[in-house]
Design a protein around this ligand. Structure first.
Ligand SMILES: *Cc1c(COP(=O)(O)O)cnc(C)c1O
Length: 396
């Protein structure tokens, strides 16, 4: 065993622990629903991305079981050998219908979808204009492509326009892409897609929107691109199948030519085993539920509005979210962590998010209400917030 590695690990782990930055993970011992069980205690769960409650939907569980019975537990190969089941083809047709595009391609996760898609199209002779607050998987996907990464200030359209102009007029790059989250998950704000599209048109930029937190949530469930009616304008519509859709996976929806190219050039499609059949069957049915009805969507938004109103009335700073994501901004990092720990003791699971995920001094407890919560659960959570908030002097 390497001494160099041992020293590296023990030094760094000890440093993290001494700074209180080492994250101890508590396993959940049951479904990740509106309530969860951790170490035998029941908690109201305000930390999942299971926006519509589909992760625990009984009908989807049944469909997954039936697919496992018919196809087995694994796809057996990568998509380009013989891992493409008829189930994958059906899923991709359903995703294209869902997103209003010619075609779609699925991947094993949202994270690896960004690894796959960006580097299949962009290379070292290109540039990418990337919102400063983009998700880690977008940042890694950009790095992997070896294109020049030009960050623009968060949702600052003057900055984007100036940088788009400079990049295109420099003549240094073959292609220039603009890339953004559809919904930013730390604050719940929505990307300014109409302005981004206008700038993209002016400078002939490739447009790439990762709507991981938008699908199922914005645009009556159809996502942020749909909300603005821009399905024909955005080149890459990226989504995850692991948040509102409730299972696992990622996808790109776009023009047929783009999808054909990704099928021959995106490396996780070529070199990593296809999504398993039970998951694929459940995902396809979950997307159908979202296409067919806004019932869960409406319940989600109703619950989001209810939680926001309750916390704001108590005097908490809930930021400027435009979606059900409800940050409760505390500020100081230590106080934020103490707040979250006290909520846990009061029966509410709501995670603290601090630097470096958000700027220094902007620590917050982030709440993710879902369609599966009842008003009684939200009332209990609001009561816990009131108790802890007064105790720690965050509210009067
Ligand atoms: C969560 C998230 C991902 C990762 O999706 P997974 O399916 O969990 O891998 C990618 N992009 C964005 C913007 C996300 O919020």
């Amino acid at each position: 065993m390497s001494h160099v590695l041992n020293n590296f690990l023990s030094e760094n782990l000890n440093e993290l622990k001494s700074q209180g930055l080492y994250n101890e993970i508590e396993p959940v011992d049951g479904p990740n629903g509106a309530k969860i069980s951790v170490k035998g205690s029941e908690l109201i769960n305000l930390s999942s991305n299971n926006y519509l409650g589909l992760a625990t939907n009984p009908e989807l569980k049944q469909i997954a079981k039936e697919a496992v019975d018919k196809y087995g537990v694994g796809a057996g190969a990568v998509r380009t050998i013989n891992g493409t089941l008829d189930l994958h083809v059906k899923l991709e047709q359903k995703l294209a219908e869902f997103k209003g595009t010619e075609a779609a391609i699925s991947y094993q996760s949202g994270f690896n979808c960004n690894m796959a898609a960006i580097s299949a199209v962009m290379d070292k002779n290109d540039a990418i204009l990337s919102d400063q607050l983009n998700h880690a998987s977008i940042i890694d996907g950009c790095r992997l492509s070896r294109a020049k990464i030009i960050a623009f200030n968060h949702s600052d359209m003057d900055d984007l326009r100036a940088k788009a102009k400079a990049a295109t007029e420099s003549g240094q790059y073959n292609k220039v892409m603009v890339i953004t989250d559809g919904v930013f998950s730390m604050d719940g704000d929505i990307a300014k897609l109409p302005e981004i599209v206008a700038i993209a048109k002016e400078f002939d930029l490739i447009t790439y929107v990762d709507d991981a937190h938008g699908s199922g949530v914005t645009g009556k469930g159809k996502g942020t691109v749909k909300q603005f009616g821009l399905e024909k304008e955005i080149d890459f519509q990226i989504g995850t199948l692991s948040k509102a859709i409730g299972v696992v996976g990622g996808y790109v929806a776009g023009k047929q030519d783009l999808i054909d190219w990704l099928k021959v050039r995106s490396r996780p499609f070529l070199f990593s085993t296809a999504l398993p059949p039970g998951d694929v069957a459940a995902i396809t049915a979950a997307v159908q539920i979202i296409i067919d009805s806004t019932e869960l969507h409406d319940k989600l938004w109703d619950n989001g509005d209810y939680l926001k109103a309750g916390l704001a009335k108590l005097g908490f700073d809930i930021g400027a979210s435009e979606t059900p994501i409800t940050p409760c901004i505390i500020g100081d990092e230590k106080l934020t962590q103490t707040f979250s720990k006290r909520l846990f003791e009061e029966g509410v699971y709501a995670k603290s998010i601090v630097f470096p995920t958000v700027p220094k001094g902007a620590g917050r407890v982030r709440n993710m209400p879902t369609a599966a919560h009842t008003k009684e659960m939200l009332d209990e959570a609001i009561a816990a917030y009131e108790k802890v908030g007064k105790e720690l002097g965050v509210i009067k």
